[in-house]
Design a protein around this ligand. Sequence first.
Ligand SMILES: Cc1cc2nc3c(=O)[nH]c(=O)nc-3n(C[C@H](O)[C@H](O)[C@H](O)COP(=O)(O)OP(=O)(O)OC[C@H]3O[C@@H](n4cnc5c(N)ncnc54)[C@H](O)[C@@H]3O)c2cc1C
Length: 196
Amino acid sequence: MNVELLTSPASLSEMEENAALAALTCHDNADKEHVPAEVLMRIIKLRHESVLEHITLTYRVVNITRALLQEVSRHRHISLSVESTRHTLRKKLNSKFELDFLREGASGEWLKAIENIKRIADTYPEVPNDELKYYLPEFWPTNLILTSNIRELRHILNLRTSPAALKEFRSLARAMFKAVPDEFKYLLKDCIHEEE
Ligand SMILES: Cc1cc2nc3c(=O)[nH]c(=O)nc-3n(C[C@H](O)[C@H](O)[C@H](O)COP(=O)(O)OP(=O)(O)OC[C@H]3O[C@@H](n4cnc5c(N)ncnc54)[C@H](O)[C@@H]3O)c2cc1C
């Protein structure tokens, strides 16, 4: 899995300032001198979280399973653009699989599943990717772009860094937090569960 934050620190600063202004506008203090981070820390303490919707982050996420995609896509306030199996399935069957999250020892069994789909693809070339996809196992890797505002991201990180969450989602959630520049981590820090 590889996670990259595409939003630049300059855009983050601009959105941070906009969100601080939004908070101050609520109390007719928009003209007051302020430090955006201090305003937003207060907002987080007060749980006035709608203000945090003015800040959005966009990530590039590479090489996660479709099992994880299914869980990610349950979150209703994020935007996703996901690699299409229709356009990539046969091409990907012949690429190298890096299944780093699978249990060592059993990995040969996972590869057998891939070999089986390859066999179906070769035996029935008339079957389009759109139908071949029904044979895919949940560990089929995918890539996506994910955009979330900070309010929803706080919710996701809170749920998905918890020990109750799927291990792969825990890794994704921690990588998403880690990718945020240090000076903006205060927006999310209190939502991160301690590592077990
Ligand atoms: C440990 C764990 C186990 C899980 N197990 C299962 C399972 O067995 N089966 C299963 O189906 N799912 C399961 N889920 C997924 C879970 O049910 C949610 O679908 C998923 O976590 C998305 O969270 P959410 O609905 O809180 O938030 P999001 O969709 O991210 O929305 C954020 C928040 O917006 C508000 N919101 C969004 N939509 C509405 C709405 N329509 N009405 C009112 N408020 C809304 C809510 O406050 C919500 O918390 C599990 C999740 C976890 C973390």
